[in-house]
Structures are given as structure tokens and as C-alpha cells.
Design a protein around this ligand. Structure first.
Ligand code: ATP
Length: 328
């Protein structure tokens, strides 16, 4: 029989994403609803090691559903990667009479949670919080939708200036290993080309495509480049290459950077965070551990953390085709 849960802890770890606060709020309020105690852990696994805890009740999380970032702060903890660090974290949890841990973060945070569970048998549950949408077991990670809206808004603004000056803009968006942000925001922003890590478009095809759109009468163009695209040149080298190999365009670069992580979460992310928090707490109360909550076909489902970590999220091939057709 699993131990009855009377007190849960929640932490945010890894890169922050919009919607983390809404998830904290949901975890805390679901605990209050079920009349169990809840503790917020500051600075991710660093705070777990140091015992940096704060008792939270339903009122502690008022006014945060619309706020970006995370009130609990986040961190990347080297010490938690060591057995000694994890032992300290376990000791802190036991000292505070905590029975289970909800981790809001990305695949690195889940790997840490799983190792922690395997070593100490401590119940853990994951909520996927990252703008990259690179986790298997959910169609949407927390923050992805908000980041997309931020990027599309930026593309729209850049397009205004691009079309006024007949410019070609390369816009770099986040996505070292996956092109979900680039592909979705590129389609929504009407980009002429989208360069993603999953496929190598090749420089020649890029030049051909830009030449084609120029011949078809376009006087300005937007190319979305994911950070990890495989074309072999960084975005500034790309600009130089196009400058040298294409005439008639004034080429500019815009790197959107960390603004993509910030901002008030979208309606979609707030609802998703609220659902995920409820599912995470109630699943732990049912004695479940080592799972991640996620959205699959519109429903809240559990995926074993192991599968979520090892699986590789795939790009939607239909979207790739749509993007090709739209850039005709
Ligand atoms: P993002 O996707 O935004 O980068 P993430 O959760 O993947 O988020 P990471 O920096 O990879 O971010 O991981 C967060 C923390 O999880 C690390 O700082 C570390 O403390 C812990 N962690 C990651 N991998 C391991 C591991 N193999 N063993 C123990 N702890 C780990």
C-alpha cells in the first residue's frame, strides 16, 4: 500500500515558461481543496537541497494566474546531479514531513526527478513546463502557446517594417533541437521560408525559393530560423551568404531571444496549467508516482516519466507541407 499523502511540495525547475505560476496556483489550490498541506520550494532543486520551503495555502497564490515567470523562482542545480546533493534533498523533504513532490519543468528536470525516485522511493509527478514543446506525452507543454503568440506578434511587427523598406528579414526563434516554435509561428506569421533542426533545407534551395518569391512579385520576405537549424551557418552568416548571392534585397537579422519566454500566459496556457495541476495532485493522492501529466487528444492523461524523457517529440509533417504550399 502506498503511504497516504498528507503534504505535497511543488517546485519549478530548468528554463522558466509562461504558465508556471498558473500551475503552482493549481497545485496549491487542489491541495487545499483536498485538505492536504502544500509547500512551495524556492529555486528548483537548489532550494530542495537547502530546505528553502514555504507553506502555501489557497490565498498564497492569489493574483498570479496572469503573471509570467515563476514566483517560486527556478534554477539549474549542479549539486542535484550528484548523489550527495540528492541525499540532502531527500533529508530536507523528510525533515519537513513532505510525502510527494510535483516538478514543473522540462525533460532535464524530469530526469532528475526519476533518478531521485529510483534512489529514495520518493513519490514524484511531472508537469511539462517549457516553451519548446519538446516533450513526448503531451500535445502542448506549458508556455508553448504563449511563446507562439509572442513570436507571431513580433513577426507581424517586423513585417510592417520589412514591407515598407523592401527588406528580407531573417528572424531567429528558440528551438535548439526542435522546430515547433519556428514551424507554427512561421505559418501563422506568413513566413516565406522556415528553417528547422528536423530538416536541412540547404542553402541552394533557400536561394532558389527566395528568388522564386521575388520573381512572383514579392518585394519583402520573412525567413524564420530555429536556433538549431541544420543549414550549417548561424543567422548572421546566413545574412552574409544571401547578401553575396542575391541581388536586390536589403537583408536584416532579428534575434528574438529571451522575450519569447516572458509575458502573461495565454488563455490556453492558463487553462492547461489549471488542468495539469489538478491532475498531478489527484494522481498522487491515488498513489501514482513517476508520471508526467499531459494533454492527449484533448484529455488529461498520464505518461510514465521514463517514456516522456526517452521519447523524441516529432515535427508535424502535415504542417511542413502546409508551410510549403503557403509559400507558393
Ligand atoms: P528546459 O527544457 O527549459 O531546459 P529542463 O528541465 O530540461 O528545462 P535542465 O537544465 O536540463 O532543464 O534540468 C534542470 C535541472 O534538473 C538541472 O539543473 C539538474 O538539477 C536536474 N537534472 C537534469 N538532469 C539530471 C540528471 N541526469 N540527474 C540529476 N539531476 C538532473
Amino acid at each position: 500500500m502506498p503511504k497516504t499523502i498528507k503534504k505535497l511540495a511543488v517546485l519549478t525547475s530548468g528554463g522558466d515558461s509562461p504558465g508556471m505560476n498558473a500551475a503552482i496556483r493549481s497545485v496549491v489550490r487542489t491541495c487545499a481543496y483536498h485538505k492536504i498541506e502544500c509547500v512551495g520550494v524556492y529555486r528548483g532543486y537548489e532550494g530542495l537541497i537547502d530546505g528553502d520551503f514555504k507553506e502555501m495555502d489557497a490565498r498564497s497564490v492569489k493574483g498570479i494566474i496572469n503573471k509570467g515567470g515563476t514566483i517560486l523562482k527556478t534554477a539549474r542545480s549542479k549539486e542535484f546531479r550528484t548523489k550527495e546533493g540528492r541525499q540532502k534533498a531527500f533529508d530536507s523533504l523528510i525533515k519537513a514531513n513532505i510525502d510527494g513532490l510535483v516538478v514543473v519543468g522540462g525533460d532535464g528536470s524530469f530526469t532528475g526527478a526519476l533518478i531521485f525516485n529510483q534512489e529514495f522511493g520518493f513519490p514524484v509527478m511531472g508537469i511539462p513546463g517549457t516553451i519548446d514543446n519538446d516533450i513526448v506525452g503531451t500535445s502542448h507543454t506549458l508556455g508553448f502557446d504563449t511563446a507562439l503568440n509572442t513570436v507571431v506578434d513580433a513577426i507581424d511587427k517586423i513585417r510592417d517594417t520589412a514591407s515598407s523598406h523592401n527588406r528580407l528579414f531573417f528572424i531567429e526563434v528558440m528551438g535548439r533541437d526542435v522546430g515547433h516554435i519556428a514551424l507554427n509561428a512561421g505559418i501563422a506569421g506568413g513566413a516565406e521560408e522556415i528553417l528547422i533542426p528536423e530538416e536541412d533545407l540547404g542553402l541552394d534551395r533557400l536561394v532558389d525559393s527566395l528568388n522564386r518569391s521575388k520573381k512572383s512579385g514579392k518585394t519583402s520576405s520573412i525567413v524564420i530560423v530555429a536556433e538549431g537549424d541544420k543549414i550549417g551557418k548561424n543567422i548572421f552568416q546566413l545574412k552574409d551568404y544571401i547578401d553575396e548571392n542575391m541581388e536586390g534585397y536589403d537583408v536584416r537579422v532579428s534575434v528574438l531571444g529571451h522575450m519569447q519566454r516572458g509575458g502573461s500566459p495565454s488563455c490556453f496556457d492558463r487553462v492547461l496549467a489549471s488542468r495539469m495541476g489538478v491532475k498531478a495532485v489527484e494522481s498522487m493522492l491515488e498513489g501514482k508516482t513517476n508520471y508526467m501529466v499531459g494533454l492527449i487528444s484533448g484529455k488529461m492523461e498520464l505518461t510514465p516519466l521514463d517514456n516522456a524523457i526517452k521519447g523524441k517529440s516529432k515535427i508535424n509533417l502535415e504542417l511542413l507541407r502546409v508551410s510549403d504550399i503557403m509559400s507558393t
